[in-house]
Design a protein around this ligand. Structure first.
Ligand code: NI
Length: 183
């Protein structure tokens, strides 16, 4: 596998703060290629052979805005089994509903745009239902839970110019921990 050349913006870059816009269909060939490049990059970043070879930080999600493109598109690559992956290509997402229950990732969230260790709790809905369009523009609906629900919320925040670090209380990074379930 060849590592796609993509340039991921760092958190200091103000472009990450833009609000992304909905896209129309059909997608451009350029956007389709970028989606495939992101899938390949995220997949390789989760395979030991490649993340060692290319010195990658493992990541499961990336939004277009992290490449400087303010379009409502994100990709999640989930390792469902050893080196077996499931891809989510989510375009123009909208949250329909969410659980009351909140969760947080115990080891902390990570982001390919945030190159430092960040301590603290990011409250996320345990489950939610999202409508979106697939790569062909078909309207779809998905119900996500646990870590995939966190990943969806993390990426949907990117589309609104929000980074996970914004959601951590700097004076009290573990605030309200007892009100949420750790995953
Ligand atoms: Ni991120």
């Amino acid at each position: 596998m060849k590592l796609p050349k993509i340039n991921i913006l760092d958190e200091k870059n103000k472009t990450l703060r833009l609000t992304s816009k909905n896209v129309t269909f059909p997608l451009s060939e350029e956007d389709k290629k970028l989606i495939n490049d992101i899938i390949q990059y995220l997949t390789m970043s989760q395979i030991e052979e490649y993340y060692k070879k290319y010195d990658l930080r493992p990541g499961m999600g990336l939004a277009f805005i992290q490449l400087g493109i303010p379009k409502n598109i994100f990709v999640i690559v989930e390792e469902v089994d050893e080196e077996e992956f499931k891809n989510y290509v989510i375009i123009n997402p909208k949250m329909i509903s969410h659980s009351e229950e909140l969760i947080y990732v115990g080891e902390g969230e990570g982001c390919l745009s945030v190159n430092r260790e960040v301590e603290g709790i990011v409250p996320r809905y345990a489950r939610m239902r999202v409508s979106y369009q697939d790569i062909d523009g078909n309207q779809q609906e998905i119900r996500v839970r646990e870590d995939i629900s966190v990943a969806f919320q993390h990426e949907m925040d990117h589309l609104n110019g929000i980074l996970f670090v914004d959601k951590i209380d700097k004076n009290n990074p573990f605030k309200d921990r007892e009100k949420m379930r750790e995953i």
